[in-house]
Design a protein. Structure first.
Length: 118
């Protein structure tokens, strides 16, 4: 079975999910549960740090699509960060950069939840 772990922490009222390992059909339910838990807790500002994500399948990508509408309907968002070129290419191939903001750095993603007043 594929190794997959999710770390979770909070920074400036933004929930950070840190993905590690292989996200595929066997491990996708762990990510689903993490998103469901955040939504049940009314936490809609989510950054997914992919620094240690070494592989993602279409089943893993499907988890992101399953939750984005509910999160955005609650005035939140899911932002993605720290992708390796290999993982980014999978997201890019399926058009995810058009649907999600993807950042090189976690802190940049966190600050995007708080637009500067003009």
């Amino acid at each position: 079975m594929s190794e997959f772990k999710i770390g979770q922490r909070e920074v400036e009222n933004v929930n950070i999910l840190e993905l590690k390992g292989y996200l595929d059909a066997h491990t996708a339910p762990k990510l689903e549960e993490a998103f469901q838990s955040l939504l049940r807790s009314q936490r809609f500002r989510i950054v997914v740090n992919c620094r240690d994500l070494s592989y993602i399948s279409s089943a893993g990508l499907g988890v992101f699509m399953a939750f984005i509408e509910d999160v955005r309907n609650a005035k939140g968002d899911i932002k993605l960060t720290n992708m390796s070129p290999k993982v980014y290419n999978v997201f890019d191939l399926l058009g995810f950069p058009l649907l999600y903001e993807i950042f090189k750095d976690e802190q940049e993603a966190v600050t995007r939840f708080f637009p500067k007043a003009k």
